[in-house]
Each structure stands twice: as structure tokens, then as C-alpha cells.
Design a protein around this ligand. Structure first.
Ligand code: PGA
Length: 258
């Protein structure tokens, strides 16, 4: 039986301006059948305003894809957590591998962002994951351990309850190459064990751990049925209303049938 509510989050990345965002969201809303799970759309900053109108009256939550840890100041091009809070954003993706890889995000900056988001009452979706090279060198567990423990440094027992962790093997992101349900579950369980070591069993039993990396309607059921996988962070498939809502409806069925 699924112990935790499944959480499906779409990560639109750098796709969809306000017009497309509105159209896609309306299509998604028209195709979602059930409401037993939680779902979040993490959209570009410029879409947030129109998205509020589009999701009005639904249980879709909105998320951003990045934030800066300082309140305000001379940080050209950045958006602070305070600003996100002011417009009512509830979730923010932090430490996505694309940000680590292309924008030099480090475990330290990830940690600052996590702390800052939690201080503002925004729920972070913390992304961790290994490269193919690291996996092949048998370093997956070490990499994950480091990323998780460093990201959560100084996060206390109360705040950790608001963190979602997404395990996203880098070799599976946008490649069409998915981790097998067993591989994905193994690392999600390992992450839960790290959380248990840091915060105790009760918290580790309740924390949401998602899998991300080429999740689509054909592999979602097997992945989401695994004991330690509590949801998905979905890139490519979240850009197509059909695919995204199929995954949502699959997750919903898993919740109801179990
Ligand atoms: P993908 O992206 O589903 O396109 O692999 C997942 C992500 O990067 O969050």
C-alpha cells in the first residue's frame, strides 16, 4: 500500500511564454479526472501571473524553478525567495542538475537557497542525482549522500517536513533513458535512509521522495508503484497535456486501487 500521497510536479524548464502557459494549463485542467494526488506546475517566472488565473478553482499548486537566497539587492537577473513569497508561490525547485551543470550551482548555494526558502515558508523540491560516469564508477551512493547532507545542513526537524526530495539521475534527464523501477527505488530508499539517519524514522517515513528522468505515460505506473517512490518530477512529458495528465491519472489510480 502507498504510505504517502503521490506528488507529481511538472518542470517546464525554459519553455512556454504566458500565452502557451495559459493554453497548456487549460488543456491539462480539462483532462484531469481525479483529485486524490497532489500536483504542482513549476513554470518560468514570467508565467506565474497568468497561471494564477488559469488554475483558479483547481487544486494545482504553483512552483518556481529557481530562486536567490538574498532578500534583495544587486543580483542582476535573479529573483529572491521573498519576491516569490510575495506573489504566493508555494514550491521552488532547488539544485536541479541543469542549474548545477550550466550555472555553477554548488552544494553550498543549494543549501543557502533551501534555508532561505524554508524561512519564507516556501517548499523546496531539492534535486539530487549522479552522472553516468559516477554511476559506472560505483559512486552513486557517495554522490547522493554528499548532495543530500550538504543541501540539508542546518535544516531543522520542523523545516525538513516541508522539503520534497527528487532523485534525478542525470543520465536519465531528457535522454529517454529511464532508470529501471528497481534502480530508481533503490536510490529513493537510500535517500530515505539518509533522512532517517539525520532526522529519525517518523520524518523519513513521511518525507516525499520523487523520481525524475524521462518519466512518461508508459513507464510511470511501474515507477510510481514502487514503495519508496512517492511521485515524479517531470520535464519533457509535462509539456504535453496528454502525457502529463495520463501520468497524473495513473498516479491517481495507484492511490485509489491500493
Ligand atoms: P525529463 O526531465 O522528464 O525531461 O527527463 C526531468 C527533469 O529534469 O526534472
Amino acid at each position: 500500500m502507498k504510505k504517502r500521497t503521490i506528488v507529481i510536479a511538472g518542470n517546464w524548464k525554459m519553455n512556454n511564454g504566458p500565452k502557451e502557459a495559459e493554453m497548456l494549463t487549460k488543456e491539462i485542467i480539462s483532462k484531469i479526472k481525479n483529485k486524490n494526488i497532489k500536483y504542482i506546475l513549476c513554470v518560468p517566472f514570467i508565467d506565474i501571473d497568468i497561471m494564477y488565473k488559469a488554475i483558479n478553482g483547481t487544486n494545482i499548486k504553483l512552483g518556481a524553478q529557481n530562486c536567490h537566497w538574498e532578500k534583495s539587492g544587486a543580483f542582476t537577473g535573479e529573483i529572491s525567495v521573498d519576491m516569490l513569497k510575495n506573489i504566493g508561490i508555494e514550491y521552488v525547485i532547488i539544485g536541479h542538475s541543469e542549474r548545477r551543470q550550466y550555472f555553477n550551482e554548488t552544494d553550498e548555494s543549494v543549501n543557502k537557497k533551501i534555508i532561505s526558502a524554508l524561512n519564507q515558508g516556501i517548499n523546496p523540491i531539492l534535486c539530487v542525482g549522479e552522472t553516468l560516469k559516477e554511476r559506472e564508477a560505483d559512486k552513486t551512493n557517495d554522490v547522493i549522500y554528499n548532495q543530500v547532507t550538504k543541501a540539508l545542513e542546518n535544516v531543522d526537524k520542523e523545516s525538513i517536513k516541508n522539503v520534497i526530495i527528487a532523485y534525478e539521475p542525470i543520465w536519465a534527464i531528457g535522454t529517454g533513458k529511464t532508470a529501471t523501477p528497481m534502480q530508481a527505488n533503490e536510490i529513493c530508499k537510500y535517500i530515505r535512509d539518509i533522512v532517517k539517519k539525520l532526522y529519525g524514522e517518523n520524518i523519513s517515513d513521511n518525507i516525499i521522495i520523487q523520481y525524475g528522468g524521462s518519466m512518461n505515460p508508459s513507464n510511470a505506473e511501474k515507477l510510481l508503484s514502487q514503495d519508496d517512490i512517492d511521485g515524479g518530477l517531470i520535464g519533457g512529458a509535462s509539456l504535453k497535456a496528454d502525457d502529463f495528465t495520463k501520468i497524473i491519472n495513473i498516479a491517481d489510480n495507484i492511490t485509489r486501487n491500493e
